[in-house]
Design a protein around this ligand. Structure first.
Ligand code: ZN
Length: 278
């Protein structure tokens, strides 16, 4: 069986709106897509659901629940309500999981420890809500360079500990860009796998130099990440889901999206084999 490939809409963010993205993925023979709430909001939930159904596609990852952190309790409550609404939309679209996005330190704050505990508290509430809606909550540790402005959750070890506290329904998305450098990568991947909580595997590459932490990710094979090695690790941990291409890149956003899609599929075929676990 060939490895299933899923495209994340972020890879084509500037070229394709929801309809064009879903149609292109369906035409390329894919069965699932990872989608974004702002794109769904643009066309409306019913239209998004109809588009997926008509093209025979299902939603895999849904981005996202968050940001969640704020210094002011009233603002925090607003953000939590918005995150719950996103969970409901993700579930209504039949998505496999929704990505949690805690967000950065509240304006001017130096309270990293407080951000961690706020994130954990929010996760407990959102995980319950997601469970009630029938959708998994995905924690995605992000590269520590993003600890100030994106999330305080930066390692697989922290994500595993948080999942232990949250219990069933919470899992982890492993993104090569964010965790490839971690000396504990293999051990923490194995631990996540042994608890049955690896929900997704995002791929892209780490370029040298990386000119922007958020929007200069590489095409698989163009950087220094041992992606075949990571894939083998994830498979050995028991993951049986797809490889998801997620490339935030001003460079690739400026190219012809059909060509980017074809190249991404070609690179995936070369790097990610179903023999990797053997
Ligand atoms: Zn990701």
């Amino acid at each position: 069986m060939p490895v299933e490939i899923v495209m994340n809409h972020a890879t084509f963010r500037k070229a394709w709106r929801f309809d064009a993205f879903v149609e292109a993925c369906a035409a390329a023979g894919m069965r699932r897509v990872s989608i974004w709430g702002n794109e769904v909001a643009e066309i409306g939930l019913d239209a998004a659901r109809a588009r997926l159904r008509d093209s025979g596609m299902r939603a895999f990852g849904y981005n996202r629940a968050g940001p969640l952190l704020a210094g002011d309790p009233a603002r925090r409550a607003e953000l939590m309500a918005a995150a719950k609404a996103e969970i409901e939309t993700a579930a209504a679209l039949g998505s496999d999981h929704i990505l949690l996005f805690p967000g950065g330190l509240p304006g001017g704050s130096k309270g990293l420890a407080a951000s961690r505990s706020q994130t954990a508290d929010a996760c407990a509430i959102l995980n319950d809500h997601a469970g009630n809606c029938g959708i998994a909550l995905a924690l995605e540790p992000l590269h520590p360079m993003l600890a100030g402005d994106r999330t305080a959750l930066c390692t697989l070890a922290e994500a595993n500990r948080l999942c232990d506290r949250l219990g069933a329904n919470a899992g982890i998305v492993i993104d090569s860009y964010h965790v490839w450098w971690d000396a504990e990568l293999e051990a923490q991947t194995a631990l996540a796998g042994s608890r049955g909580r690896i929900l997704g595997f995002h791929v892209n590459d780490w370029l040298i130099p990386t000119r922007d932490m958020v929007t200069d990710r590489g095409m698989m094979g163009d950087g220094v990440i041992d992606l075949a090695g990571m894939w083998s690790m994830v498979l050995r941990a028991g993951y049986d889901g797809p490889v998801e291409v997620e490339i935030f890149s001003e460079h690739w956003w400026a190219q012809d999206p059909d060509e980017v899609l074809a190249l991404a599929l070609e690179r995936c075929a070369a790097i990610f084999s179903d023999e990797a676990a053997r």
